[in-house]
Design a binder for this molecule. Structure first.
Ligand SMILES: CC(C)(COP(=O)(O)OP(=O)(O)OC[C@H]1O[C@@H](n2cnc3c(N)ncnc32)[C@H](O)[C@@H]1OP(=O)(O)O)[C@@H](O)C(=O)NCCC(=O)NCCS
Length: 178
């Protein structure tokens, strides 16, 4: 079955990323927070943009979308990596551009991606990891039903919390409307 051309949220729309999107993303403002420097994508030169696009493009184990807001502006990227259809899981990642955080777009985009992951890809669980210091992201993930299942040490000594949303928990939420 063909992938849906786009995924509609309440306010955002997810579309499969195309190479031209990366040129737009190169003009995004930078995060000033030391802990979010990883989210400042290195897209200065066309070769960087080619490499970023090729590295992350949708393939057998990845789905990568851009997030557009109500006006059609490209305000983020969200996706699933390490997709394993045999065991039914994938790992979520998201960046909302620095001047568009805190406006509800991230919650809407993740909710939309979860609908795609569970209802369309039929995954059994969605995984993610989040830096222990990233309280905003943790709040959003908890709000959407993710629970911590462990932690691990990442590069530069950063502690990451591993979280999961299972199909059972997702379906329970749908049924209770929460
Ligand atoms: C994390 C991220 C995706 C969330 O998306 P967003 O659009 O900013 O989030 P929303 O506006 O939908 O929701 C933010 C929520 O966090 C809350 N929040 C904001 N700052 C917070 C903080 N310091 N601590 C706890 N909660 C916080 C807000 O009150 C809001 O909660 P509410 O909906 O219950 O009122 C986005 O901020 C982002 O891309 N950040 C930079 C990259 C990143 O951290 N990616 C995730 C890596 S795991």
């Amino acid at each position: 079955m063909h992938e849906p051309a786009e995924i509609r949220g309440e306010r955002v729309t997810l579309q499969h990323m195309v190479r031209a999107d990366v040129d737009e993303m190169a003009a995004w403002p930078r995060f000033s927070e030391p802990d979010l420097q990883w989210a400042n994508l290195d897209l200065t030169y066309p070769a960087d943009r080619d490499a970023y696009f090729e590295r992350g493009r949708t393939n057998a184990t990845r789905r990568r979308f851009v997030i557009r807001n109500e006006t059609g502006a490209l305000i983020g990227t969200v996706g699933l990596r390490n997709l394993n259809f045999r065991d039914g899981h994938g790992t979520l990642g998201i960046i909302i551009r620095a001047d568009s955080v805190g406006k509800g777009y991230g919650t809407d985009a993740i909710r939309s991606l979860l609908r795609y992951a569970f209802d369309w890809l039929h995954l059994q669980r969605v995984l993610l990891d989040v830096a222990e210091t990233n309280h905003r992201a943790q709040h959003v993930y908890e709000k959407l039903g993710f629970v911590p299942i462990g932690e691990h040490l990442g590069p530069q000594g950063i502690i990451y919390i591993d979280m999961v949303l299972t199909r059972e928990a997702y379906e329970r939420q749908q049924n209770t409307g929460s």
